[in-house]
Design a protein around this ligand. Structure first.
Ligand code: SAH
Ligand code: SF4
Length: 368
């Protein structure tokens, strides 16, 4: 529940400390905020559309509201999205953005334009607790979860920065920093805001959440009637090796994962994406490819091969091109839908698993 500040007794410092922020609030919370200002709650809907559909970022832009109300909002309510503090365009057209959060932490997102759509890669946490040995984010540990507002904010700010034309489809992939299912509550709140028809109205099928394999989280996500698509970072098809590179496998092994994906309530035509990072000499043998195909046949799925993106000190290498081609052919001949993810933004360290703040000056989590 949104905590409303004491509007009628504004000690200036205290008022400054409790100023609410409208950016990223859901429809219900905006209604409450407006009620607290003595306005009808339905005006929260006008603000919601201004924030999410028009992507307005200053109260003066809210032409749907009376000037007097805009002035009151200006005085009492913040409208602060995460700020882009650094942008690195890549030769392939994608741009990695670093977002500064209110507490000084930073996360990263990537804007990837295609001919007919744009894909945004989003972060769900500052850092990540999962400790996958091949992943730069995993090496920094967990700092904290992102709020729903910070998740939604990455989308609004990237779309504004790139002057995204209304109507062009947007795909969202939670493949930036963090394990999204460790932050399911805020993730689903952000999902509701991002898919709401009065706002951006992004269709749920255009939103994909990638998990390292938190069975409890996958089961929970499966209970939502409206939810994102699921991608699983399988990455390795031997329990012994997977447990070495992905500690989560010591809690939920491949059999537990297959059982979980088998009971995941898919809609008609929906398939689970199996992401498979190709690490030379570790996950890229033809025997692995054979076992991967067998695993993938157990439920409706498609396989996405991701050649390892090198980063400093990882100790892993990507496979030879010829091996990538051979695995791809092997899977396709085995009847599996397969694609190879040519990671975008590799020259600016914006590709999968390279997202880490270089200075490692992350702050500690806040209380509460
Ligand atoms: N934590 C979630 C989502 C973020 S990682 C997850 O693990 O699924 C997004 C994808 O990048 C995952 O499939 C992960 O296995 C992959 N990845 C991580 N580090 C990588 C690297 N260095 N090269 C290629 N892919 C990597
Ligand atoms: Fe976390 Fe995903 Fe990286 Fe593993 S691969 S450490 S789950 S971000």
């Amino acid at each position: 529940m949104l905590q409303l500040p004491p509007w009628d007794l504004p000690a200036p410092e205290a008022a400054a400390a409790v100023r609410p922020n409208a950016a990223g609030l859901g429809l219900g919370d905006l209604g409450q905020l407006l009620s607290g200002l003595g306005e009808p709650a339905w005006r929260g809907g006008q603000i919601f559309s201004g924030l999410l559909r028009h992507r307005w970022t200053r109260w003066e832009q809210f032409s749907t509201l009376a000037r007097a109300l805009r002035t009151r909002l200006e005085a009492a309510v913040d409208l602060a999205w995460p700020a882009i503090v650094q942008s690195q365009p890549s030769e392939d057209g994608s741009t990695k953005h670093v977002f500064g959060l209110a507490d000084g932490n930073q996360v990263e997102g990537v804007h990837m334009p295609y001919e007919d759509r744009v894909t945004l890669c989003l972060s769900s946490q500052v850092g990540c607790a999962m400790g996958c040995t091949f992943c730069a984010t995993g090496q920094m540990g967990i700092v904290r979860n992102l709020s729903a507002a910070e998740i939604v904010g990455q989308v609004i700010v990237m779309l504004n920065h790139h002057d995204h034309p209304a109507g062009q489809p947007v795909n969202l992939v939670f493949m930036g920093m963090g394990e999204p299912l460790h932050n399911l509550e805020h993730l689903m709140a952000a999902f509701e805001t991002l898919t709401h028809p009065d706002g951006l109205g992004i269709p749920p099928r255009r939103i994909t959440v990638s998990t390292s394999g938190l069975v409890s989280g996958i089961d929970r996500m499966g209970t939502f009637a409206r939810r994102p698509r699921l991608a699983l970072s399988l990455n390795c098809i031997s329990d012994e090796r997977r447990a070495r590179i992905m500690p989560v496998n010591r809690v939920w092994n491949l059999e537990a994962l297959a059982a979980c994906l088998g009971r995941f309530p898919l809609q008609s035509g929906e398939r689970i994406t199996l992401e498979y990072v190709l690490l030379k000499g570790v996950t890229d043998s033809l025997e692995d490819g054979f076992r991967l195909a067998t695993f993938a046949r157990r439920f409706p799925s498609k396989v996405n091969l991701i050649p390892f993106n090198p980063h400093e000190g990882s100790g892993f290498e990507p496979p030879e091109e010829s091996r990538i081609g051979a695995l791809c052919r092997q899977l396709a001949e085995g009847g599996i839908t397969v694609s190879v993810r040519r990671s975008r933004g590799q020259d600016v360290a914006g590709a999968c698993g390279q997202l880490v703040r270089d200075d490692r000056r992350q702050r500690q989590p806040r209380e509460g």
